[in-house]
Write a protein that binds this ligand. Structure first.
Ligand SMILES: C[S@@+](CC[C@H](N)C(=O)[O-])C[C@H]1O[C@@H](n2cnc3c(N)ncnc32)[C@H](O)[C@@H]1O
Length: 204
């Protein structure tokens, strides 16, 4: 599958479904994180593969400036509709942009928090190095990268279009620029997946 086909697939899902991930609920792992970390005043958060912006809006509601990035224009249009229902002060902190996050069109945004819920595991293997560099380059010293991703299933190991991350893939791609704070295995009753929390060192 090439990039145009991938984008068309996502556009179709946002046009006519199904999209079971689009629950409108911010995952408890993200809520727990922010209950333990005070949002930095005027800090920037990036929601990678933001879909319809549920989590972009949540982060803006905490007082962060937020940028939601997605390949799908249909998703972003739904995000704009969501944004219009929010308090004006929250709306003003939300920005959406159509972008391929495997080649982030930014450098040094100094985000205090970058979240990816279900996008990175769908990025093809040969684009993951560039994706990781985009995250590393745009995270502020001391900033956190929070990732929810499926594990790669052993029976899909040879399929280049299969979703999922290998056992050491996150450590291989992101360390030592970021260090792993915690890895939580999630929802063991469904497809194996993990929440990864990484942090950039403060000495840069
Ligand atoms: C499973 S959905 C999750 C959406 C959102 N994070 C949520 O939790 O509702 C994955 C999202 O990643 C987006 N996506 C996939 N590949 C992408 C890419 N290369 N660049 C930007 N977005 C991408 C899709 O369009 C889709 O919105």
């Amino acid at each position: 599958m090439d990039n145009n086909e991938r984008r068309a697939t996502w556009e179709a899902r946002y046009r006519s479904g199904p999209r079971p991930w689009d629950t409108g609920i911010t995952p408890p792992e993200v809520v727990d994180f922010w209950q333990n970390h005070s949002p930095v005043t005027d800090g920037l958060a990036i929601d990678i593969g933001c879909g319809t912006g549920t989590n972009t809006a949540y982060l803006a509601g905490l007082g962060l400036r937020t940028v939601g990035l997605d390949l799908s224009l249909n998703a972003l249009l739904l995000g704009q509709q969501r944004r219009a229902t929010l308090a004006l002060s929250v709306q003003q902190r939300i920005h959406f942009a159509q972008a391929d996050v495997s080649r982030l069109p930014f450098r040094n945004l100094n985000a205090v928090y970058i979240v990816d819920i279900g996008c990175f595991h769908a990025i093809p293997g040969d684009a993951r190095f560039d994706y990781a560099n985009g995250v590393i380059r745009n995270l502020a010293p001391g900033g956190y990268y929070h990732l929810y991703a499926f594990d790669k299933l052993p029976e899909e190991a040879a399929d280049p279009d299969a979703r999922g991350l290998g056992e050491t893939e996150v450590a291989d791609l992101f360390t030592p620029a970021l260090s792993v704070v915690e890895i939580i295995r999630a929802r063991p009753d469904r497809r194996p997946c993990r929440w990864y929390l990484l942090r950039k060192g403060t000495s840069e």
